[in-house]
Design a binder for this molecule. Structure first.
Ligand SMILES: C[S@@+](CC[C@H](N)C(=O)[O-])C[C@H]1O[C@@H](n2cnc3c(N)ncnc32)[C@H](O)[C@@H]1O
Length: 390
């Protein structure tokens, strides 16, 4: 068994055993699901809960006596891969935000640029362009947004680079024909189904080298995740889309405004949940879709009327917003106590998903390295899978 397979088995065992901690919907809970954790969690007020949840190390230290195995599993860290020696910006990169440019430079530092390149879900093809400039024999960038393709083509022709765009849907069957054996295929921040297809197509074509930084694990076909690797299928965690969102729930410390909006959103969603349970006469959670932050700029009554319309519920004529918001207060604390535990599985679940992808590639005859390609400050989605055909 490879080291990776052993690590995956250990992690799978832990995640199976602790499913009750992370595989649940906090909004659906009416009470704390772990009576044994109640004394520690209920001793924390809202400010303490917020502060702990934003500080991963402090949160793990808090959880250590309560869930020692979960905290111990955080000691496994994929290694740091190559980083760019500098983040100097050529003139053509002027419109690219600094953090995005750093990601592109760091990703490129791991690519030898020896083979023709296929860049999957390329946007304007900044990464492909940089590699074309660094001597890649040719670069093909797949992107479905025609405007992005056109802008990318324009810069490529100004710079006289062997860089061309294919404007097509990565999920179409034709897209598979873009993969070749003598090729280096790249995907920087390709969402769920898009990067799953990338891996399957590349393995089927026998593409020599692959580099993938996955994101948005929940954007998949179907309601449940089907593990890619045989080991993953044996240890299937039965992940729903809701579970797959967990690795993305990083607390972005975005300052006071972001914190305030998050507080309002949580309160309003919970107040609506209280209201809908009463309107339907049914004590069950009813999920609301995501919405633009603008919706939080009015008052709760307006929001509740919008939410009722979303769920085809008749909004009451005299909607007493204060009443429902008060009922939400106690539940907000409950949700935060549950999240404080649940969030301590974000990293472990992401690692499991990455290892499933890595094991799939091993099974397909690749030598695989999993590591981080850029600093946390540049992006929380900083894992990179590098694979070479054996
Ligand atoms: C998160 S962006 C990443 C862009 C680029 N790789 C980067 O990191 O800057 C994802 C890109 O995938 C493209 N995309 C989304 N769905 C697609 C599809 N079905 N076919 C082709 N491209 C798609 C989007 O238009 C977007 O440019």
């Amino acid at each position: 068994m490879s080291d990776l397979a052993t690590q995956f088995q250990q992690l799978s065992t832990l995640l199976h055993r602790t499913r009750g901690d992370w595989q649940r919907i906090p909004f659906a809970c009416r009470e704390l699901p772990w009576p044994e954790l109640a004394p520690a969690l209920e001793a924390l007020d809202e400010a303490q809960l917020d502060a702990l949840d934003e500080d991963e190390e402090a949160a793990l230290a808090f959880l250590a006596p309560l869930r020692p195995d979960t905290v111990a599993a955080h000691r496994v860290h994929p290694p740091e891969l190559q980083r760019s020696a500098d983040y100097a910006t050529p003139r053509w990169s002027s419109g690219i935000p600094g953090r995005k440019w750093a990601q592109i430079k760091d990703f490129a530092a791991n690519i030898p640029a020896e083979h023709p390149i296929l860049e999957w879900c390329a946007g304007k093809g900044h990464l492909g362009r940089l590699l074309a400039q660094q001597g890649a024999p040719s670069v093909t960038s797949l992107e479905w947004d025609a405007e992005l393709c056109q802008q990318g083509e324009q810069v490529a022709s100004q710079l006289q680079l062997e860089h061309h765009f294919v404007c097509a849907d990565a999920l179409s069957t034709d897209a598979a024909s873009l993969f070749r054996p003598e090729q280096q295929a790249l995907a920087l921040h390709a969402c769920g189904e898009l990067h799953l297809r990338f891996l399957r197509h590349a393995a089927a074509a026998g593409t020599r080298q692959l580099a993938l930084s996955p994101c948005c694990y929940h954007l998949i076909d179907g309601e449940h995740y089907r593990p890619l690797s045989a080991a993953g299928r044996r240890q299937d965690l039965q992940l729903s889309r809701h579970d797959l969102r967990l690795p993305l729930q990083q607390q972005v410390t975005g300052g006071e405004r972001v914190r305030r909006l998050r507080h309002i959103e949580l309160s309003w969603r919970l107040a609506f949940d209280e209201l809908q349970r009463e309107l339907r006469g049914c004590d069950q959670y009813l999920p609301l879709p995501s919405f633009a932050k603008q919706r939080l700029s009015g008052d709760f009554a307006d929001f509740a009327r919008w939410a009722c319309a979303q769920k085809s519920l008749p909004a009451p004529d005299n909607l007493d917003g204060e009443h429902w918001l008060q009922r939400a207060d106690a539940r907000r604390l409950l949700v935060k106590r549950i999240e404080l535990v649940r969030h301590r599985y974000r990293y472990l679940l992401e690692l499991w998903l990455l290892q499933d992808r890595a094991l799939y590639l091993e099974e397909q005859g690749y030598e695989v390295t999993l590591g981080t390609f850029t600093a946390q400050a540049h992006t929380p989605r900083r894992y990179l899978l590098l694979a070479s055909r054996r």
